[in-house]
Design a protein around this ligand. Structure first.
Ligand SMILES: CC(C)(COP(=O)(O)OP(=O)(O)OC[C@H]1O[C@@H](n2cnc3c(N)ncnc32)[C@H](O)[C@@H]1OP(=O)(O)O)[C@@H](O)C(=O)NCCC(=O)NCCS
Length: 140
């Protein structure tokens, strides 16, 4: 039996950040998955990369783009990928893409959302701090 590996990957490469099933409790009054639920998962997926680059606590400062491309249905397997776009002095901008596999058609993958979010590196006192210099030096 193989064991899972947690090899660190470059934040500039797309990486699997979140994978989960859309549950009945995530649905709106019409039985479709609530947009706010997917936005929450996108924020978490983006923060996976931001925390890696900040090497610690971050806060979401902006969602600069968000597009719901197709609906998410209850029972879908939802997978979110994220990657680093830009590093500033204290900010980290991340791109997220979300995909759904329908329960009735698991062979087909639908892109359901795309987003660009910005995070700010925070210290223990809740104040902004610089992104660690080794990451800023790498910035293109
Ligand atoms: C995050 C926070 C500390 C930033 O403080 P601030 O005084 O507003 O800071 P600034 O306006 O100078 O921006 C800080 C950084 O964010 C960047 N930023 C601000 N708005 C941005 C936007 N819309 N897009 C991209 N980057 C943005 C700035 O360019 C700056 O980056 P840099 O240091 O790399 O140049 C503060 O806004 C805050 O606490 N917000 C609430 C965060 C939060 O609670 N999020 C979760 C909500 S539930």
């Amino acid at each position: 039996m193989t064991t899972p590996t947690l090899e660190p990957c470059s934040p500039r490469e797309w990486q699997l950040a979140v994978r989960l099933l859309a549950m009945p409790a995530d649905a709106n009054a019409f039985g479709d998955v609530f947009g706010g639920w997917l936005m929450s998962q996108v924020d978490i997926a983006g923060s996976v990369v931001a925390v890696q680059v900040a090497e610690g606590r971050v806060a979401t400062v902006a969602i600069n783009a968000f597009r719901f491309v197709q609906p998410v249905l209850v029972g879908d397997l939802v997978t979110l990928y994220s990657r680093l776009l830009r590093i500033g002095r204290t900010s980290i901008t991340v791109e997220v893409e979300a995909y759904s596999q329908r329960e009735q058609d698991p062979g087909t993958v639908h892109r359901v959302a795309t987003a660009t979010l910005a995070y700010v590196a925070m210290d223990r006192e809740g104040q902004r701090r610089l992104v660690p210099s080794r990451w800023r030096e790498e910035a293109p």
